[in-house]
Design a protein around this ligand. Structure first.
Ligand code: ADP
Length: 263
């Protein structure tokens, strides 16, 4: 039986140098849910995502992926369970968009094997989904920030994992692509039971699409709950230092944060 927990974190503390950047994190990410990771700049969102993705040398605490200690996964095995879309989408080499997306199939290929028709089909499907198919022959380094971001998302989707972590995946996208990408992730999350954890800056986008919000502050989890539970006027004042009003969206009754802008 598939574990109910996609990820479980027990007492994780992490520091790059002396000061802890993550402190005593306990968190359970349920399979098939869509999580938004919120918090001010520097609160530890990127570090937490990188820790879950196995990119940091964690010495204190444990991270379990589908009930298995992260440290016991080989690189390829982990890449079949979990994909990460990093915030920094700089690519050092001059790959074409198509080749970069196709790299998402690497965990499934034996050492010197070339991609087969099924790999190419999956890569194409994900490029169409992220609206970059027409850019397939372009060099990655000639793309706009938003196009590059969509390419890296396509690569992660091509990995076909049950868990996908995204670090501000729509920060560089125009409003059309922001909504399109999040909607598609949501459809995948619902129809294929994919677990999504996305660091998002836009509280309203998070409220509209996430089942749960994880609110971070100073390297700790301040609170975890539904958008209705987390997006409270007092909480936003406390964490972000901003006066807001919370209204409900006319369409679906989701909380909507309206900052008070008058001086
Ligand atoms: P967020 O994603 O919420 O903005 P980060 O996880 O990027 O937060 O950063 C949390 C804290 O860790 C910040 O104070 C940041 O300056 C620090 N930090 C991030 N990366 C490094 C690093 N490689 N070395 C030292 N400190 C870092």
């Amino acid at each position: 039986m598939k574990s109910r927990n996609a990820v479980k974190i027990n007492d994780l503390t992490f520091s790059y140098d002396e000061e802890p950047v993550l402190e005593k994190i306990n968190l359970t990410i349920e399979t098939g849910k869509f999580y938004g990771l919120l918090g001010p700049n520097g609160s530890g969102k990127t570090t937490l995502l990188r820790a879950i993705a196995g990119l940091l040398d964690v010495k204190t605490g444990a991270i379990l992926v589908r009930d298995k200690d992260l440290k016991r996964f080989g690189t390829k095995d982990l890449a079949k369970e979990m994909a990460i879309v990093p915030q920094n989408t700089e690519v050092r080499f001059d790959f074409s968009v198509f080749d970069l997306v196709l790299m998402g199939r690497a965990p499934y290929l034996s050492r010197f094997a070339a991609e087969g028709p099924e790999d190419l089909r999956i890569a194409r499907e994900m490029m169409e989904l992220t609206d970059i198919w027409r850019l397939r022959d372009r060099s990655i380094n000639t793309l706009s920030g938003g196009e590059k971001q969509r390419t890296v998302i396509a690569r992660a989707l091509t990995q076909q994992t049950g868990i996908i972590l995204l670090d501000e995946p729509v920060s560089q996208l125009d409003i059309y692509h922001q909504i399109e990408i999040i909607k598609k992730l949501k459809v995948w999350n619902r129809e294929r039971g994919i677990t999504v954890v996305a660091a998002l800056h836009d509280l309203n986008l998070a409220a509209a699409f996430c089942d749960y919000l994880i609110l971070m502050n100073h390297g700790k989890i301040h609170s975890l709950g539904t958008p209705d539970e987390i997006l409270k006027r007092e909480t936003i004042k406390e964490i972000y230092g901003v006066e807001v009003e919370i209204i409900k969206t006319p369409e679906r009754g989701k909380p909507y944060v309206v900052p008070k802008l008058s001086p």
